[in-house]
Design a binder for this molecule. Sequence first.
Ligand code: ATP
Ligand code: MG
Length: 575
Amino acid sequence: MKFSKLFIPTTKETPNDATLPSHQYLVRAGFIAQTGAGIYDFMPLGKIVLDKIRTIVKNAMDDAGANEVQFGFVTPLSLWEESGRANTMGHEMLRFKDRKNSEFVLSPTNEESVVNMVKNRITSYKELPVHLYQINTKFRDEARPRFGLMRGREFLMKDGYSFHANEEDLVREFNLMEETYRKIYTQLGLNFRVVAADSGAIGGSGSKEFHVLANSGEDTIVVCDSCEYGANIEAAVRKKRHFNAWYENTELSVKTEKVQTVGFKTIEEVSNFLSVSKAQTIKAVIKKAIYENTNRVVIFFIRGDDELETTKACNSVDALELIDISEEEIAQAGLCAGYVGPFNLPKNVTYVIDQEIKDEQGLVCGANEENYHLINSDLSSLKEANYFDLVAVQEGDTCACCGGKLSYTKGIEAGHIFQLGTKYSAAMNANFLDENGKAKPFIMGCYGIGVSRLVAAVIEQHHDDKGCIWTKATAPFMVDIIVSNAKNEEELTAGEKLYNELKSKKIETLLDDRASARFGFKMKDFELIGFPYAIIVGKKLSENRVEIVDRRTLEKTEIELSKAASYLETLINKG
Ligand code: ATP
Ligand code: MG
């Protein structure tokens, strides 16, 4: 392809809201153009990259035996009513009515569509398993679309759904998908990590996320320095901590006592005043839990030196979301802000206690009375309490698998695989007959890859202060032949000859033959767009020599014109 014939509108202008390199460079290098909040068009170079990623994903899915299909981008709301998600998807799902007043949605995901496709078409265990996938547009009316392709409202996803007659077969497919995804990200040239994840609103159990490691990632990943353990902070666990009560291992029988703590409301103040460590106090985090048609006040009790992990907390009370609560609302619930503890709470108040402090003794907590705390509390006396893992693992905590140290790293979620179970098949009455002729709901798995998010993720991991540096598998072209002065016949002819030579070697090459652009400009475009290699055909041509530039290192190698194509071929094949 010739540069002069390709629409590549590069620019020096950075969009105002673009904070991430991938967002800035993809716009500046003419890959994408924004048309609305979280909505992007792909220009020619962007489309080439998107299709490359799409093809790698498609080939891997086909190799794994999945069947490609295509669901309508628009689905009738009735399908979502059948599954029950019409009420739980919230504002992310965009709904609209047609001229006949029928309701529809723009697909944010397609569990309902796939169950609808398979239902009554597969009726026997003999026809299972089957795995259907598509690579298609999704729309989610994200609260904060941002970071360019990273969190769009309209985006491209590979979504696959498998159907099984039993759990073992689901686990087999789940493992096959993990392996398939590993191949995909490796082939794309990405440094990634597979981690344990929360299953979120889609439901089900057993889920793993695939994270492209990059400092700009929105997700915090907990990793162990000594073993393979990795988990999204929303699902990460650590070794239980235990702190001896001062009277533990003594003969003393110690009673819980109420002590005056006038005006001391924060963990800091209370632990200083009573001379105990923060870990030996109980912190009350009060939130409002939002449900489909109602809401309620919930208190989460955790150790004083821990932080509440919102996703875990939300799951513990099956809420759609947790929001902050005002002092007035706390008072209305009969609670005394700053002095809330798990003992003697007003009746009907919902509370959950962090699993780590189950049965713990000797902790300090609020007395549910203004200006008073309890010391020497005994949580084992709370027989009716609900315990749940509620806290965020902190850096330096101990790994539950091997005793190593846990630390944080940042990741971009590029894929997610779930063992769904029968949630959707049961709700939508999609059954098959098992070996004994008994009707059972399909056991399902679902598997997503953020195809358009990957375009941005490649750049987040591979760029410098000059622009993009595409990996070999994702580069729109492998080589950019820069004809320094395209008005010079000799240079242009030599460039064209090289171009044909590389093409005959099946190397994807772009010939920068623009007569109107100067060498410096062409070089800047090469650096900004980020093709893996450039060949400069310039002044050295009089000595029959050209220069090869490696985009990653920007190192230049001079070489004889006649050897340039084979030299590059070797470089490229070296991997
Ligand atoms: P996130 O936590 O980032 O919102 P999610 O859990 O909602 O992701 P899934 O429903 O599992 O995502 O979707 C599968 C994949 O689609 C994700 O792993 C991600 O790569 C991609 N994806 C999700 N939301 C977006 C978005 N708004 N823009 C671009 N890609 C997205
Ligand atoms: Mg999401």
